[in-house]
Design a binder for this molecule. Structure first.
Ligand code: 9D3
Length: 235
């Protein structure tokens, strides 16, 4: 079983993942275990303070180190004591390595991951030095915290786990299409608001269909994502 521990001030957000769709099915089937740790539970003061003003001044608040490091340490220890051999601690951060399918596949080789989601202006840098192995961003746009990025990463990882996605629902077909955009999909009815399904798809000529889909994939990749066709190194 795969093990995910998330350090977050908003653990309730993660039920969006664990209660819905393939990721919900995966948890229900015991294919992975997701446990949230709230740094507020690792505070000592009666106000349960998790943030403070930034040294040097500036807008906003910074997450204070002690509750975060305690929560990460507790999560990591619970992983190791429950049989996780290889584990990594990841801070979801705008300064991180930008997530792509290659990084998802790299991270899928670990038995356990501890994910740290930040809020406000971020976490005290010493948390990263002390307890974080890798920083990951999900792209160049500004969000209000690291919870959605953690869920994006988790969704990408969970759907790769054996038994989560029905083998009819791709994953298998991925090597075939990877690096290219998908061809357009159609289902019934044959005519919708005067728009016909492309004739070739109704023809039953499976070789023609495969060629048409290949052309569609290549055409839209050239038009919309030419960057995907630029190969690494000498062609
Ligand atoms: C002073 C500038 N800050 C606010 C505009 C910087 C800032 C702090 C905290 C910007 C975003 C965030 C919260 N974002 C994340 O925690 C985050 C994130 C993101 O915003 N975009 C893409 N990937 C990620 S991973 C974590």
């Amino acid at each position: 079983m795969k093990r995910f521990d998330v350090v977050t001030l908003f653990p309730e957000m993660f039920s969006a993942l664990t209660h819905n769709g393939v990721t919900g099915r995966g948890e229900g089937r015991g294919i992975y275990d997701l446990v949230c740790w709230n740094p507020r539970e690792f505070t000592d003061d009666p106000r349960r303070t998790v943030d403070d003003r930034p040294y040097g001044g500036g807008a906003g608040m910074v997450l204070t180190p002690s509750p975060l490091v305690k929560a990460i340490h507790t999560a990591k220890c619970r992983q190791l004591s429950t049989g996780v051999k290889l584990s990594k601690t990841i801070y979801l951060s705008p300064q991180g390595r930008v997530l792509n399918q290659q990084l998802v596949e790299e991270l899928s080789t670990f038995d356990g991951l501890v994910l740290l989601s930040g809020r406000y202006e971020g976490v005290d840098e010493r948390v990263i030095e002390e307890s974080v192995d890798l920083e990951v961003s999900i792209g160049d746009y500004v969000l209000s915290g690291g919870e959605l990025p953690a869920m994006v990463l988790l969704d990408a990882l969970i759907r790769l786990l054996p038994g989560v996605v029905n083998h009819s629902e791709s994953v298998v077909d991925e090597s075939h299409s990877s690096g290219m955009l998908e061809y357009p999909q159609y289902t019934r009815p044959e005519v919708f608001n005067g728009r016909r399904v492309p004739e070739v798809l109704l023809s039953g000529h499976h070789d023609d269909i495969r060629r048409w889909r290949q052309e569609q994939s290549l055409g839209r990749t050239r038009q919309r994502r030419p960057d995907l066709l630029k190969t690494e190194g000498p062609n």
